[in-house]
Design a protein around this ligand. Structure first.
Ligand code: ADQ
Length: 472
């Protein structure tokens, strides 16, 4: 029998996707995205195992190796995907944790599936982890895993990181299973959040709901100390730097400018999600065109929206709403060959995204609530030419770090959004450079490697920050 892995990552999805090549042979490809590029190097250095779902309902696969990582697939039936993933994760927790911008669904069958699938992940982790191993659980789909895993394997050191916001007491209180979720998280030694405010919400909830003893950043529970800390996630600056240095990427950026007739480009890049404030930004832009502040042909809005969670009703409604809005604005103000909004409902590879970032004069990031928002940081990381302007919602985690350089907005305030878009459009090159320099300093110093290292070193060296005596 093997000794097991010293380092285990547990996430809803495995870090690879299966694609069928032109020869009809299926192959695994590393999934795009910051989390995978952050954790993949650590996985290889530590010869870790990644536990996750392959993304296909009903598929049962044996553990395999890919891209230098040991992968341990977890099966989910079609019904579990519907109830646990689309249901409790994305129709209950996602809206609840994002300020209830859509009404959360509270459904007992969804909860039961969430418990069942979390238990399956915990059992798999208990099986593959070596004695005393580090296990790092990711995100809102798996909040019960820390406690379930601790019950099975008290020898492990367990970390949890939440990628999305953690709501204030008043909202979290709605959840019928609120106690179970908190107790689930308290199975970890370290619970990481994007922002200090989220960590504070968690500690406050443990006090009010569980009557736990606490200090500002620690909760005393079951004779253990659970640390709650902020670790703002970031992007792979090196990868983006290499991309924007490539001549094909620069040529593609030039081609995008030519294709849009050298108009000023405003760019939005998001998963098609109701938390991202896409409607608000398009509405503000449409009004600026209607009022004559922006002339068709002089500026275009390029909105890239990756299809996301397409079987969840709120996402279908959003798609219809945005398509109607785009159709209306283009119908009223576009001219033949000059739509004012280019709306592209699809996913792009990294070089294409980098080219878009390079071509964009104004990057528009207007979520109603967002844990961090990597798109804002990716844009900054790509602009070593110090050109371009970032319009950034105050309700993103990124706003805390980029506030000095970004044009900050409240996306609920459409007039404010309109005037900020105009400020960003009219910023002089010297002002753009000053703002971009300050944002770049932050992003370069705090890249995604640093995020992973800081989390893991806090998890591995608890003694540094834990007071010896709990408060009375
Ligand atoms: P997301 O809600 O997915 O992430 P974000 O942080 O912006 O939001 O990350 C999206 C990623 O997908 C980016 O790397 C972006 O480049 C990529 N992407 C977006 N649109 C794309 C497209 N059309 N084609 C290809 N790639 C596209 C969650 C939380 C965030 C948190 C991250 C990481 O909601 O708040 O920042 O996790 O913790």
């Amino acid at each position: 029998m093997s000794r097991g892995s010293e380092f285990v990552v547990v996430a809803n999805r495995l870090p690879v996707d299966r694609n069928v090549g032109p020869d009809g042979v299926p192959r695994w490809r590393r999934s795009p995205g910051g989390l995978v590029s952050a954790i993949a190097p650590v996985m290889r250095r530590r010869q870790g195992t990644w536990i996750g779902w392959v993304g296909v309902p009903g598929e049962e696969l044996e553990p395999f190796e890919e891209d230098g990582m040991a992968l341990h697939p977890i099966a989910q039936s079609a019904q579990e995907v519907e109830l646990y993933y689309e249901g409790f994760s994305n129709a209950t927790l996602w809206p609840l944790y994002h300020d209830v911008v859509a009404p959360p669904v509270y459904d007992r069958a969804m909860w039961d599936a969430y418990v069942r699938v979390n238990q399956r992940f915990a059992e798999a982790a208990a099986k593959v982890a070596a004695k005393g191993a580090i296990v790092w659980v990711q995100d809102y789909q798996l909040q019960l895993v820390p406690r379930m895993l601790r019950e099975l394997r008290p020898d492990l050191r367990i970390g949890f990181f939440l990628h999305i916001p953690f709501p204030p007491t008043e909202l979290f209180w709605q959840l019928p299973w609120r106690r179970r979720i908190l107790e689930g998280l308290l199975g970890a030694d370290l619970v990481g959040f994007q922002l200090p405010g989220a960590a504070a919400n968690f500690v406050r909830l443990c006090r009010r709901l569980l009557d736990a003893r606490y200090t500002k950043q620690d909760v005393y529970w079951d004779d253990r100390v659970v640390r709650a800390r902020a670790f703002p996630i970031s992007v792979d600056v090196g990868e983006l730097d290499d991309l924007v240095g490539r001549s094909d990427v620069q040529e593609r950026a030039q081609e995008i400018r030519t294709d849009t007739d050298d108009a000023t480009i405003l760019l939005g890049v998001d998963r098609l999600d109701y938390t991202k404030g896409i409607t608000q930004r398009l509405q503000a832009f449409g009004e600026l065109v209607q009022e004559g502040h922006i002339r068709p042909g002089q500026a275009v809005f390029v909105q890239i929206a990756t299809p996301s969670r397409e079987r969840v009703e709120q996402y279908q409604l959003l798609r219809e709403e945005i398509e109607q809005l785009v159709g209306r604005i283009n119908g009223e103000h576009g001219e033949i060959g000059f739509p004012v909004i280019h709306y592209l409902h699809s996913s792009y590879d990294r070089p294409e995204l980098a080219a878009l970032y390079l071509a964009a004069d104004v990057m528009v990031v207007t979520p109603l609530r967002d844990g961090m928002n990597l798109v804002a940081k990716e844009y900054v990381a790509c602009r070593k030419d110090l050109r371009g302007a970032l319009v950034l919602s105050e309700f993103t985690g990124a706003a805390a770090e980029l506030k000095r350089g970004a044009f900050q907005v409240n996306p609920y305030d459409i007039d404010g959004l309109k005037s900020t878009l105009l400020d960003a459009l009219h910023a002089e090159p010297a002002e753009q450079a000053r703002r971009m320099r300050s944002m770049r300093r932050r992003v370069i110093e705090h890249d995604v490697d640093r995020w992973a290292e800081e989390f893991l070193s806090e998890l591995e060296n608890p003694a540094r920050s834990v007071p010896a005596q709990p408060p009375v």
